[in-house]
Every structure is written in structure tokens, then in C-alpha cells.
Design a protein around this ligand. Structure first.
Ligand code: UDP
Length: 473
């Protein structure tokens, strides 16, 4: 088998922009800072936003390969949890991944998969490749997943909807029932999160999209051989924050002109990730709350749905026709001088990096959270699905860079008065000023970690060295 003179790594992304975006950023960083050749595999979809992401400026030594879409109807209950669907899609994609890797002239020396792709390690073993997991969310989420996989049912049932006791995780923040994973909130069944924990521990390491100083005690717990460290039993590499660079997105001329006209840090950006949606009632309250706050805003609006994950698999860039009919009557007219509504999808990284933006009303997806931190923007935490409630707890209780309603944004409707108050807190009040200072400190700490010699730079350099040794072996 011919060999390259630089380590070649294959990255495998599971469906969903929240997974593909950080995988692409990892690939770019490996190429530009650590001299890798990288091939990114992803499952093809016709989502316009995916297509535009992959069209972004080409980089030498970064190849992108679309694996054919798979049809999972008939293989899984249509009402199954998203995690289960993703695992089945990834398993069904193994034959095309195998044939694609086996036909490569220069076979990669390592395979890096996200949390849903560990089944592909069987292919890495077949081809003698190193195996890594890239956890695209934070260290805390990883600690919760592994803790849940290792404990007795009795502890889960105390925490589960029947007991509602906080889940104590040695060395980490305890997990309150309010913030727990959706699978543990089902009254009828205790459902441990279905990740391939044992396959992940059969890897050469877990890369995490975080940095040492952000989650130092949780990272220490993940390495501690008294408990979590023995469950994981692999090296932990905090290599983040890897976020989408604004240069890859095109800011619509109208949006740019509008933002350019606003005073510095005066605009709150409102968006719920690649698939988040609100109920019709909640959408109405949000509209009134924004209007009553009298703050400037950019709002990425989607039609209402009672499923918070309404558009996860179907979102497209610039879908929709512009004027949503589900907002309060006269909303556009009344807010025309202070607000901009963008249907469905907006170039988020570009908007957050604009100097006029001073707040982010967010569903707390981890990519959105990191993008907010990297632009020094405080947040209103409005978690919807997956691990977002845990992220919201971290942002409000530990990092103190966000406000959050006491009312659960997925179980009840948060009223307009409270929304107005939260917006004014981060945009106008002293409390918001203090958050701004803290989030800017975090931005500096993140940049330090990423710079040459910083903790995240060094972690990724270690992975690069291991791949190089493997190549030469
Ligand atoms: N995103 C975007 N425009 C939108 C919505 C989302 O560019 O209108 C990007 C956002 O910048 C982030 C990603 O999509 O990089 C969403 O990832 P996140 O982890 O925040 O949430 P998820 O979509 O996975 O729930």
C-alpha cells in the first residue's frame, strides 16, 4: 500500500449541521495548523445549507466525500429518538464508507468519528487505522453519558421522572432533573442514552470541542482513575473551541447594511439552531416580548411546531417565502425600525461577529454557544432538545454569561413579560454588563488555548504526533 509523506486522517460526520460544522472545522484546523491531509466523509442530503457549507472555499489537502443517503424507514420505529435514528443511519452507511476507504490510493492512517459513528471503528480495525472519537459537544455531556452507562438502574430511577433526584456525578456538577436528557424524562420507560460507549472506549482517544480552562474540573474527572477515567479508559484531548469562521458565510447585503447602521452591541440575535422550532403560542409570546423590550433584534423565524426538533432533518437555507403569517398582526409594521426578521436560516457566524450584535437569544446548541463565546456575546438560554438544558445550566450557573427563565421552555409557555425582562437584562441592565465582561474573558481564554503553545493546540499536536508515528510504523 503506498504511503503519503504526511498523516492522512478520515473524519466521519453524522447527519445534522451541528455535527458536520465542527467536523469540517476540525478538518480545516488539522490541515492548516498540523499539516495533515484530511478526508471528510458525510452522509449526502439535499439540504441547501449543507450544500453551501461544503461549497465554502476549497482548501488544499482537505477532500470532501459524500456517502450516498440511506433509507431507514422499515428499519426503525418512526417515533424513535433522534439518537437512535442517527445510530441506524450511521450503521447503514458502513458499506459505502468501507468501499470508499478501500478504493483510496493513499489510505488514511486514522479514522475520527463523532458520537454517533463509533460502529465505523470496525472498518478502521480492518484497515489498521487508529481510531478516535470527536465529541462535538462539551466535556460535561460526555461525563453524563458515561456516568449513566456505568451506574445501577436504582440510581437512574431515583433521578428519572419518578424520583427527580439530582444525579450526582463524581467530580462533576450534579445534574438536576430539570436539565436531564430527554430520554430520562419519559414517564413510561427509563431509557439510558443509546451511545456506543463500549466502542468509544475501544479507541485511541476522545477529542472534545472544549478547552482545559473552560471545564477544568470536569476534564480532570474524565481523566481521574478513581472513577470516570476508568470507565473511559482512553486519553482525553480538549482541542476546542472549533467554531465556524465567519468568512465562509455570505452576509446578505440587506442584513449587512442594516447591521452596519445600528449602534455597537445594540442588537440581539434570536435563533434556535439548525432545527429548533417553537409552538405557535410560544412564537407569539416571543414576538410580543421582543417588541415590548424595545431592543433592536434580528430574528431567524420558522413556522411553529409542537416538536422542538421540527426541522432537524429538513431545514434548508432561505426556504420559505419571506413573510410568516404566524406572527402577531402588524408585528412587521410596528417593529420595522428596530427589527429584522429572516425566514428559516441565517449566516449565524457572520451575524454574531458583527460589532452591532450584543446579545444572543439561543437554544444553547454547543456550536452556537461556542460561537457566542468566541464573539464575546452574552446569551439568553432557551434550551430545546438533546444536551441543551445541561449547556444552559453551565452557562447560567457556572459561567454566568447567560440568563434563563425558571419556566421550562419545552414544557410550558414563557410569557411576553418575562421575555421582555430577559432581553433587557442582557442588553441594558448592569447584570448584562457584567456578563459581557465575563464572556469576553472567556473569549480571551479560548484564543489562548487555540494559539500555538496553548492547551488545545498542544492536544491536537499530540494526536498529530501519534498519527505520524502510526504512519511510520
Ligand atoms: N446555523 C446557522 N444559521 C442558522 C441556524 C444555525 O449558520 O440559521 C449554524 C450555527 O452557526 C451553528 C450550527 O448551525 O454552527 C448549529 O449548531 P448547534 O450545535 O448550535 O445546534 P444544532 O443545530 O445542532 O441543534
Amino acid at each position: 500500500m503506498p504511503k503519503e509523506d504526511k498523516p492522512h486522517v478520515a473524519l466521519l460526520a453524522s447527519p445534522g449541521l451541528g455535527h458536520l460544522i465542527p467536523i469540517m472545522e476540525l478538518g480545516k484546523r488539522m490541515v492548516t495548523h498540523h499539516d495533515f491531509h484530511v478526508t471528510v466523509f458525510f452522509i449526502a442530503s439535499d439540504q441547501a445549507s449543507t450544500t453551501s457549507l461544503l461549497k465554502s472555499p476549497k482548501l488544499e489537502n482537505l477532500d470532501i466525500v459524500a456517502l450516498p443517503p440511506v433509507n431507514i424507514s422499515g428499519l426503525i420505529d418512526p417515533n424513535a429518538q433522534l439518537v437512535e435514528k442517527l445510530l441506524v443511519i450511521m450503521r447503514e452507511s458502513l458499506p459505502s464508507l468501507r468501499s470508499s476507504i478501500s478504493s483510496m490510493k493513499f489510505r488514511p492512517s486514522a479514522l475520527i468519528v463523532d458520537l454517533f459513528g463509533a460502529d465505523a471503528f470496525e472498518i478502521a480495525e480492518e484497515f489498521g487505522m487508529l481510531r478516535y472519537v470527536f465529541n462535538t459537544t462539551n466535556a460535561y455531556c460526555l461525563a453524563v453519558i458515561f456516568h449513566l452507562s456505568g451506574i445501577d438502574d436504582k440510581f437512574i430511577s431515583e433521578h428519572h421522572v419518578k424520583g427527580q433526584e439530582p444525579l450526582e456525578i463524581p467530580g462533576c456538577k450534579s445534574l438536576s432533573f430539570r436539565d436531564t436528557l430527554d430520554s430520562l424524562r419519559d414517564i413510561d420507560c427509563i431509557d439510558r442514552p443509546k451511545f456506543n460507549g463500549n466502542k468509544m472506549t475501544n479507541s485511541h482517544g476522545i477529542l472534545i470541542n472544549t478547552w482545559e480552562d473552560l471545564e477544568s474540573s470536569t476534564i480532570e474527572a474524565l481523566r481521574d482513575n478513581n472513577y470516570l477515567g476508568t470507565l473511559l479508559n482512553v486519553p482525553i484531548y480538549p482541542i476546542g473551541p472549533l467554531v465556524r469562521q465567519d468568512g465562509n458565510q455570505v452576509l446578505d447585503k440587506q442584513v449587512k447594511l442594516w447591521l452596519d447602521d445600528q449602534p455597537i452591541e445594540s442588537v440581539i440575535y434570536v435563533s434556535f439552531g439548525s432545527g429548533g422550532t417553537l409552538s405557535a403560542k410560544q412564537l407569539t409570546e416571543l414576538a410580543w416580548g421582543l417588541e415590548q423590550s424595545q431592543q433592536r433584534f434580528i430574528w431567524v423565524v420558522r413556522s411553529p411546531s409542537n416538536n422542538a426538533l421540527g426541522t432537524y432533518f429538513t431545514i434548508g437555507e432561505n426556504d420559505g417565502d419571506g413573510t410568516p403569517d404566524y406572527l402577531p398582526q402588524g408585528f412587521f409594521t410596528r417593529t420595522k425600525d428596530i427589527g429584522l426578521v429572516i425566514p428559516m436560516w441565517a449566516p449565524q457566524a457572520q451575524i454574531l461577529s458583527h460589532p452591532s450584535v450584543g446579545g444572543f437569544f439561543s437554544h444553547c446548541g454547543w456550536n452556537s454557544t461556542l460561537e457566542s463565546i468566541m464573539n464575546g456575546v452574552p446569551m439568553i438560554a432557551w434550551p430545546l432538545y438533546a444536551e441543551q438544558k445541561m449547556n444552559a445550566a453551565m452557562l447560567t450557573e457556572d459561567l454566568e454569561i447567560a440568563v434563563r427563565s425558571e419556566v421550562s421552555s419545552t414544557d410550558e409557555v414563557v410569557g411576553r413579560a418575562e421575555i421582555e425582562k430577559m432581553v433587557r437584562t442582557i442588553m441594558v441592565d448592569k447584570e448584562g454588563e457584567a456578563m459581557k465582561i465575563r464572556v469576553k474573558e472567556l473569549k480571551n481564554s479560548a484564543e489562548k488555548a487555540l494559539n500555538k503553545g496553548g492547551s488545545s493546540f498542544n492536544s491536537l499536536s499530540q494526536v498529530a504526533k501519534d498519527c505520524m508515528h502510526h504512519l511510520l510504523a
